[in-house]
Design a protein. Structure first.
Lengths: 209, 209
DNA sequence: TTCTACTGACTTACTAGTCAGTCAGCAAGT
DNA sequence: ACTTGCTGACTGACTAGTAAGTCAGTAGAA
């Protein structure tokens, strides 16, 4: 919607339009802190500065609010990355680095990080959400990474390794470091970018002398 | 305690002694299914075949029961593995493989897997538990893995890589595949052993041709 | 008979979800 | 420009239901 059209709207209409996002943002913060079952919708409402009842004007119930949080945050960035991969013309290792770097940048954003951790802990209770996430993000992501590895093999840049069968394992250090920081951040913080760099270097050229 | 001494005990004394473990096992199953906040102690009691009140004869409250679950499951297997590493005499890559394989075998056991996932989701609520886990498992584990990498470098078997700084990243594919199976097991199951094998092969010799 | 592990109904506390009532903003009439 | 009545976004006290934690009483082993 153009800014001009938004300007025309009255105060209340504008507020009404902004509410869902405000609520989702607050809910993400509370869910991140207390988990799904442990969160109180009153806390969410307080954070927005509205009453609990108002939440129910915009979301059917607590579960739907949670689903909205996931859908809102996840978005559909994978397609863009896939497009980039398709038009990339350099060496396969460079492409691999770039793709992994992009996914990693996304995964380590606070909101996304929250969703990742919530999905891990609450996923079993929301199978449709897991399916959604799988088809929207994981599936295309694996396809993209697998394609790059295959391309490298075809062009004689990569060896044939077991990684062709588990392309998602390329992302494992990012996931592990997100979890690491979530749990042990107080003790020893890992820089996911640096960990990923180390991982990729080793991955590409091996540990052995 | 020797079996003979156990034999001497009366039925009730034996039962009393066995209770805590029974309760912890049941609690692990229920916590795994419903999460900490979502679990009902009545469900735990039902699973053991006792009443809810009995749980409170053995554990102060729900939190203490959860902590007992973690402490019971985690144990202290790390020391044994460290001992093995110290006496190992073959090539560093073989030692690395063996250590990672051992940790992986532990992490993929159902009870441990449950604890891992529960720690990820509930860890922030139980900081002392995280500290306990870090000092008991993570710290020694990192030290052990780091030592093996260093030994490989010293002996001229390994290159100097960023992995020396993040030895825990060696375990990331195991952690990632545990989470993967937890979330997407219904769709595409990953065999953690196979994923780890692929990861280690790539790790050691690199992807590049 | 005594002792004690165990019971389960009860109390207490909490929260998801509801709904009758409120009042700020808007627009139409003057 | 000013008043005014209406609208609907919002409120918050309330209901209904749930679950943690308690304790007087019970049953069965010793």
């Amino acid at each position: 919607m153009p800014a001009a059209a938004k300007q025309k709207k009255g105060v209340r209409a504008a507020q009404k339009e902004a509410r869902p996002k405000e609520i989702v943002e607050a809910a993400l913060a509370i869910f991140a802190r207390d988990g799904f079952a442990g969160s109180r919708l009153e806390d969410v409402a307080d954070r927005v500065g509205i009453s609990k009842g108002t939440i129910y004007l915009y979301f059917e119930n607590k579960e739907e609010l949670f689903k909205a949080c996931v859908r809102e945050t996840v978005g559909s960035h994978v397609k863009e990355t896939m497009k980039m991969a398709a038009t990339f013309d350099g060496p396969a290792p460079d492409l691999l680095r770039e793709i992994v770097r992009r996914i990693s940048a996304r995964l380590t954003k606070p909101a996304y990080r929250t969703i990742l951790l919530l999905l891990i802990s609450e996923g079993q209770r929301f199978p449709e959400l897991v399916t959604f996430y799988h088809s929207e993000i994981i599936g295309p992501g694996i396809e993209g990474l697998g394609g790059v590895i295959q391309r490298g093999v075809d062009r004689g840049e990569f060896r044939e390794t077991g990684l062709s069968k588990f392309p998602m394992m390329l992302m494992s250090p990012v996931i592990a470091s997100v979890i690491w920081n979530h749990l042990f951040g107080g003790n020893v913080e890992i820089d996911p970018a640096e960990a990923l760099q180390a991982h990729l270097d080793t991955m590409l050229d091996g540990l052995r002398k």
